[in-house]
Design a binder for this molecule. Structure first.
Ligand code: DAK
Length: 255
């Protein structure tokens, strides 16, 4: 198996890409296994937060160049790899990317599908597609633009140059930079802390940030207001506020 599903502790799943001989290049087997894993995790009520990671020296080196080199446009249409990105794009629970080493091309795009990116100090990000004669195909031009703005995105996309973890953090592409050997622990600790929070509110925040960001402000604010009001139908709202009043820790059930 090129994609391993492990426990990340209480209510947290760890998805590990494991194709070392090709630097975790995302061939169809990896993409299909990732898709299946995320479909499974979306409907597993025991899982509240997920961390996706790679290996020590590489998160993922992008799409598999050898599997694309001779492809024709019709091959690319028939491969329909967007079907495999769908379950990650639409994953309803918080997803944290724990990035060590290279996150290149489709690997950088995979990290950008996450809601937070924890990067090791020697991690490197790039969209080097331009150097092999193509362009990003899994949201790179759009998610990068939205994350870092036009002028940084243009440089990364048009040059294919690598960006260090520190630069990535400064431009808003990375949530936190930590020492290389602490990346996974930090990502898992963050995931476990989110897993203790009310899942319906967590889910709504993710939905609002992702959907609302592309709507006109007024429409997004209406969406937020409705979701806010809906929270008062949850048992976790009653429990959270009662626990505060009674000066005790809340016990959120996800209802
Ligand atoms: N594809 C295939 N094989 C790869 C690979 C890749 N992306 N990256 C590495 N490998 C293979 C190498 O060919 C080599 O294989 P052998 O020679 O041993 O058979 C082995 O992994 C070890 O690689 P290196 O010898 O190069 O290892 P280093 O540690 O020296 O360097 C590296 C690691 C990650 C810096 C380097 O391998 C590298 O630059 N890799 C290529 C990075 C790259 O250009 N990535 C962008 C690929 S294009 C789509 C959506 C998205 C995409 C496409 C379509 N659709 C929706 C349709 C995305 C496109 C891309 O990502």
């Amino acid at each position: 198996m090129e994609v391993l599903l492990e426990s990340g502790g209480e209510c947290v799943a760890l998805v590990r890409i494991n194709r070392p001989e090709a630097r975790n290049a995302l061939n169809s087997a990896v993409r299909e296994q990732l898709a299946r894993t995320f479909v499974e995790l979306a409907s597993n009520d025991d899982i509240r937060c997920v961390v996706v990671t790679g290996m020590e020296k590489v998160f993922a080196a992008g799409a598999d160049i050898k599997a694309m080199a001779d492809a024709q446009p019709i091959d690319m249409i028939l491969r329909a790899s967007e079907r495999n990105w769908g379950p990650i794009k639409d994953f309803p629970k918080p997803l944290i990317a724990a990035v060590n080493g290279f996150a290149l091309g489709g690997g950088c795009e995979l990290a950008m599908h996450a809601d937070m990116i924890i990067a090791g100090a020697s991690a490197k990000f790039a969209q080097p597609e331009i150097r092999v004669g193509i362009i990003p195909g899994a949201g790179g031009t759009q998610r990068l633009l939205r994350a870092v703005g036009k002028f940084k995105a243009m440089k990364i996309l048009l040059t294919g140059e690598m960006v260090s973890a520190q630069e990535a953090e400064a431009m808003g592409l990375v949530t936190e930079v930590v020492p290389d050997d602490e990346v996974l622990d930090r990502a898992l600790a963050l995931a476990r802390s989110i897993a203790l929070l009310p899942p319906l509110a967590v889910r709504k925040i993710k939905e609002l940030v992702l959907q609302g960001g592309d709507l006109p402000l007024e429409a997004a604010l209406v969406m937020e207001r409705h979701a806010f009001q809906l929270m008062f139908a949850t048992a976790d709202q009653k429990e959270g506020m009662q626990a505060f009043i009674e000066k005790r820790s809340p016990n959120f059930t996800g209802l």
